[in-house]
Design a protein around this ligand. Structure first.
Ligand SMILES: [Zn+2]
Ligand SMILES: [Zn+2]
Ligand SMILES: [Zn+2]
Ligand SMILES: [Zn+2]
Length: 484
C-alpha cells in the first residue's frame, strides 16, 4: 500500500472520486453501456466477485473482467497530478504519479539494507540512519576476512554439494551394479531355460523318431492283417473243399454199402444157383445112371419099352428142363462175371476212396496247422493291437508334450528377444558405469584437493580470528570514546 495522504482532499473534484472506496481513482476503468460508470480497477473487480458479476450500482447485466475498459489518458493524467504528502517523511506536494519514485529513491524514511549486506550484515533501517550504522558496521570492518570466509564457506558448501552428488552417484552406481547383478541373474536363468529347451528339443526329436517307428509298426501290422485275412480265406476255401470231399466220401460210403449188400445178395443167390445146379447135375447123373440101367434092362425087358418110352418122354422133358437149366446157368454165369467186374470196379472205387480219405486226412492236418497258425496270428494281432493302443496313448502324450514344447519355444523366443534387449542394456549400463567411475575418480581427486584447501583455510581462519580478536575490541572502544 502506498503510504501517502492527499493534500486538501476536500477540494478534489467529485468526478475523480470512486463511488466504492470514496477515494480518487486508482487505475480507473469504465463499465460498458448502459452503466458507463467509472471505478477503480480493484474496487470493481472485488465488487463483481461479491455480487455475482453484476455492477452493484445499476444491477444491469452480468459482467466479466473483459468488459472493463481503461479510462481515457486525460483522466489518468489528471489523477497523476493530484498532490500527496508522504506519511513516512512528511514531505508535501509530491505529484501522485511521482510518489513511487519518491518512496524508492528519495524518501529519507525509506527502508534500506546495510551496504555490507553482501557480507551478511543483517541490519536494515531508515535511509537517514544508514550512515551512522555504516560507520559502526562490524561486518564492513571485517570485509576482507568475511569475504574470504564467505567464499570459503561457499566452497565448503560446494564441496558438500559435491560430496552429496558423489554420494548420490555412488548410490546410483550401486543401484546400477545391483541392476547389472539382477540382469546377470536373469541372464543366467534365461541361459538355463535355453539349455532346458535344448533338452526338450532333443527329447522331442527322440519322440518323433519313436513316432516314425510306430508308423512303421502300423504299416507292418497292416500287412500282417492282410496276410491273416489271406490265410483265413485260404482256410475257408480248404474247409469248403474238405466239406465237399467229406460229402463225396459219405456218398461213396453209402454207395459202397449198397453195393456190398447187393453183392452179398448176389453171392447168396449165386450159391443157391450153384446148389440148384449141383442138384440138377446130381439128378442128371442119377437120370443117366437110371438111363443106363434102363438101356441094360431094355434088352431084357420089352415091356419095359413102354415104360422106357414114357421114361424117354419124361427124359425129353427133363432134357428140355435140363436145357433150360443149363441156359439159366450160362445166364447166371454171365451175371456172375458181370457182378465180379462190378466188384472189381467197386474195389477200384474203394481204392480211390481210400486215396481220397488219405488226402482228406492230409488236408485235415493242414487245416489244423492253419488253425494253429491262425490262432497264433490272432494272439499276435491282439498283442499288436495292445501295442498300437499303447503307442496311440503314447502319441497323445507326445502330442500334448509337443504342444507344451511349442508354447515353451514361443516363450523362449520371447525370452531370447528380451535377453538381447537386456544384454544391450547391460552394455549401455557398463559404459555408463565406466563413465561414472571415471567421474567418481575425478570427484575423489577433486575432493582430496578441496580437503587440503579446507584444511589450509581452516588454519588461516583460526590464525585470522586470533589476530582479529584484539583489534575489534580496540576499535569499538575508540568509537565509544569519540561518542562520549
Ligand atoms: Zn475506488
Ligand atoms: Zn453500473
Ligand atoms: Zn517520504
Ligand atoms: Zn551493516
Amino acid at each position: 500500500m502506498d503510504n501517502y495522504e492527499y493534500m486538501e482532499e476536500s477540494t478534489i473534484p467529485v468526478d475523480l472520486i470512486c463511488k466504492l472506496c470514496k477515494k480518487p481513482f486508482i487505475d480507473p476503468v469504465i463499465l460498458p453501456s448502459p452503466c458507463e460508470q467509472t471505478f477503480c480497477l480493484k474496487c470493481i473487480q472485488t465488487n463483481l466477485e461479491n455480487h455475482s458479476n453484476n455492477c452493484s450500482e445499476c444491477n444491469k447485466k452480468p459482467l466479466s473482467n473483459n468488459d472493463l475498459k481503461s479510462e481515457n489518458p486525460i483522466l489518468r493524467k489528471m489523477l497523476g497530478k493530484l498532490l500527496v504528502k508522504c506519511c513516512s517523511c512528511s514531505e508535501e506536494n509530491i505529484q501522485r504519479s511521482n510518489f513511487s519514485e519518491h518512496i524508492q529513491q528519495q524518501c529519507p524514511k525509506r527502508i534500506v539494507d546495510c551496504s555490507a549486506n553482501d557480507i551478511l550484515c543483517p541490519w536494515n533501517g531508515h535511509y537517514d540512519e544508514l550512515n551512522e550504522h555504516f560507520n559502526q558496521c562490524p561486518y564492513e570492518k571485517l570485509r576482507t576476512v568475511l569475504i574470504k570466509l564467505i567464499n570459503d564457506a561457499r566452497r565448503i558448501d560446494e564441496l558438500n554439494q559435491l560430496q552429496i552428488d558423489f554420494q548420490s552417484l555412488e548410490n546410483k552406481y550401486q543401484e546400477q551394479q545391483n541392476r547389472i547383478q539382477q540382469i546377470e541373474n536373469e541372464n543366467e536363468i534365461l541361459n538355463n531355460q535355453i539349455n532346458e529347451m535344448k533338452k526338450f528339443e532333443s527329447e522331442n526329436k527322440n519322440l518323433n523318431e519313436q513316432l516314425n517307428k510306430l508308423e512303421n509298426f502300423e504299416i507292418e501290422n497292416k500287412s500282417l492283417n492282410e496276410k491273416i485275412d489271406e490265410h483265413i480265406n485260404e482256410i475257408n476255401e480248404l474247409k469248403s473243399k474238405n466239406q465237399l470231399i467229406q460229402d463225396q466220401c459219405d456218398q461213396y460210403e453209402i454207395n459202397n454199402n449198397d453195393i456190398e449188400i447187393e453183392l452179398k445178395i448176389l453171392n447168396k443167390s449165386l450159391q443157391l444157383t450153384n446148389i440148384v445146379i449141383e442138384n440138377f447135375q446130381a439128378k442128371i447123373k442119377f437120370f443117366q445112371e437110371n438111363l443106363n440101367q434102363l438101356n441094360l434092362t431094355q434088352i431084357n425087358n420089352q415091356t419095359l419099352n413102354e415104360l422106357y418110352q414114357q421114361q424117354q418122354i419124361q427124359n425129353d422133358s427133363l432134357d428140355k428142363q435140363n436145357q433150360y437149366l443149363q441156359e439159366t446157368i450160362v445166364i447166371y454165369e454171365q451175371e456172375l462175371e458181370h457182378l465180379q467186374e462190378y466188384c472189381k470196379q467197386i474195389d477200384a472205387d474203394n481204392q480211390q476212396y481210400f486215396l481220397n480219405n488219405k488226402e482228406n486226412d492230409h488236408l485235415k492236418v493242414r487245416l489244423t496247422e492253419y488253425e494253429k497258425e491262425n490262432d497264433h496270428l490272432k494272439v499276435r494281432l491282439i498283442e499288436y493291437e495292445k501295442e498300437i493302443e499303447q503307442l496311440k496313448q503314447y502319441c497323445k502324450q507326445i502330442e500334448a508334450a509337443n504342444q507344451q514344447y511349442f508354447l515353451i519355444n514361443e516363450e523362449n523366443n520371447h525370452l531370447k528377444a528380451q535377453l538381447i534387449e537386456y544384454e544391450k542394456q547391460i552394455e549401455q549400463l557398463k559404459q555408463y558405469c565406466e563413465q561414472i567411475e571415471a567421474n567418481n575418480q575425478q570427484l575423489i581427486e577433486q575432493s582430496i584437493q578441496y580437503k587440503i584447501k579446507i584444511d589450509q583455510l581452516t588454519i588461516n581462519i583460526k590464525r585470522l580470528e586470533a589476530k582479529l580478536d584484539r583489534p575489534v575490541i580496540q576499535s569499538h572502544s575508540k568509537s565509544t570514546i569519540a561518542s562520549l
